[in-house]
Design a binder for this molecule. Structure first.
Ligand code: CMC
Length: 424
């Protein structure tokens, strides 16, 4: 078979430039433009809209067909048959764990859940009303001060240990963020609990009572973490890769990913769903909000509807919807006015021509916001939950990049400023 190439014709040269075309396992081909620099040309693609920034074997998304695969496995199957820790192992190692590997991995993660006692002191410096993402970003960056010393990022075993540490400590830190905000004592992790049950225990338990965590809610939490585990080269993951490409330590890299996730265009949408539901306030106001969303002259959009990549349906939302039902049932809040508004809004939008024509379906954030609210997680902590779930994705991409030869990330620019001029 002849190799595919692309020809680039520049109007001021006679010979076209031949550029190789590279095919992935599945998905669109990419034109390899790496040789252009030697001809003094760069490509221009703000926002990386048409640019593959790296080669990766971790996650594949086909937005037109609503497909999300981790190491080849569909997200629906992982959410049903694998735990969050199985998914972490898969993302990190490329294969699902055997029974023995699963037991060993769970033990390793359990062993690393505690944070250095000095971190408790570190939290005391934050105001009680600090934004949870500010505290998480600071605390994760702060881990570099404790675990950087003996870390050789060129050593695969050291990288793996850092990955385990950070996956294990993230829920502990996330819960500390919450406890600091509400002024309750930090809870130590319980080694006899699973990952997600332990998280809920550290969030809602107090030293005055024996641990008590519902199975349905732990399962729901585990699925929420699993559904957020990775989403290929999104803004925060690309940030982690870019920071890591300079050789920075992994805790600082993950802190940079947390900073990128914090923005409302990335991790903040589930929070916006809840704010919208509060604003709607009553079922009788839904039709007005639908009209506002359809009005071209009104910037309002239905939060939790539509997606930049998924133009058919968001496969994560399908799983999340089912969990949403289970959680509302378990908590006996199916008739809560806020959730009634959510259900009604979903039904009306799904039957409305405007939304059908534009393929605007409820996305993962529509349901995750509702579930997190029902579990009792405050709205301003939603992005912290997202960060906890996304950590294995971030660290797997960081590890993947460092596992093969890599270059420091250094985009070029189209300079539009002054040409050289002399001082007056
Ligand atoms: N409500 C009303 N109209 C909408 C909405 C919405 N939520 N989303 C898109 N549209 C309309 C838009 O006005 C446009 O209409 P027209 O063709 O008549 O001009 C059409 O649908 C296409 O919209 P677009 O802006 O070209 O679509 P996009 O791919 O650029 O935007 C989006 C995707 C997610 C930013 C957008 O759908 C949106 O703002 N949704 C609400 C916010 C939200 O829920 N975000 C969470 C996404 S999931 C998070 C994740 O995976 O990380």
């Amino acid at each position: 078979m002849t190799k595919k190439t692309a020809e680039l014709h520049l109007s001021d040269t006679t010979t076209p430039l031949d550029l190789p075309v590279i095919s992935g396992t599945v998905g669109p081909d990419v034109v390899d433009v790496r040789s252009l620099v030697s001809k003094g040309i760069f490509t221009f693609d703000p926002g990386f809209v048409s640019t593959a920034s790296c080669e990766s074997e971790i996650t594949y998304i086909d937005g037109d067909n609503g497909i999300l695969l981790h190491r080849g496995y569909p997200i629906e199957q992982l959410a049903e048959k694998a735990s969050f820790l199985d998914t972490c192992f898969l993302l990190l190692n490329g294969e699902l764990p055997t029974r023995q590997e699963k037991a060993d991995f769970e033990n390793t993660i359990r062993y690393h859940t505690m944070v250095d006692q000095q971190i408790h002191e570190f939290f005391k410096g934050f105001p009680r009303n600090a934004h949870p993402m500010a505290m998480l970003c600071g605390a994760v960056g702060g881990l570099s001060a404790f675990y950087h010393e003996n870390l050789d990022i060129e050593d695969a075993d050291h990288r793996k240990q850092a990955a385990h540490r950070i996956i294990a400590k993230m829920p502990t830190l996330a819960a500390m963020v919450y406890k600091h905000g509400v002024g309750q004592p930090f809870m130590y992790p319980q080694n006899d609990m699973g990952f997600s049950a332990n998280f809920l225990h550290m969030m809602f338990g107090t030293p005055c009572e024996p641990p008590k965590v519902s199975k349905t809610l732990s399962k729901a939490m585990d699925v929420i973490f699993t559904l957020h585990a990775d989403h290929e080269q999104n803004a925060s993951t690309s940030t982690v890769r870019l920071a890591g490409s300079s050789g920075a330590n992994p805790y600082a890299c993950i802190a940079s990913g947390i900073a990128a996730l914090w923005g409302p265009s990335h991790g903040g949408a589930n929070e916006a769903v809840l704010e919208m539901l509060y604003e709607i306030n009553d079922e009788k106001n839904i039709s007005n909000f639908i009209l506002k969303a359809k009005d071209k002259d009104d910037p309002f959009r239905l939060m939790g509807f539509g997606h930049r990549v998924y133009k058919n349906f968001d496969p994560r939302a399908t799983v999340m919807r089912k969990i949403c039902d289970d959680v509302l049932e378990e908590l006996g809040v199916k008739d809560d006015p806020l959730f009634r508004i959510a259900r009604k809004l979903e039904q009306i939008a799904l039957e409305d021509e405007y939304f059908i024509d534009r393929k605007l379906y409820p996305n993962v954030d529509f349901y995750s916001g509702i579930i997190l609210k029902a579990i009792g997680i405050p709205t301003n902590l939603f992005t912290v939950i997202f960060a906890t779930g996304r950590t294995p994705g971030w660290i797997s991409h960081w590890d993947e990049m460092l596992s093969s030869p890599y270059k420091i990330g250094r985009p070029r620019q189209l300079y539009k400023g002054h040409a050289r001029r002399d001082m007056p």
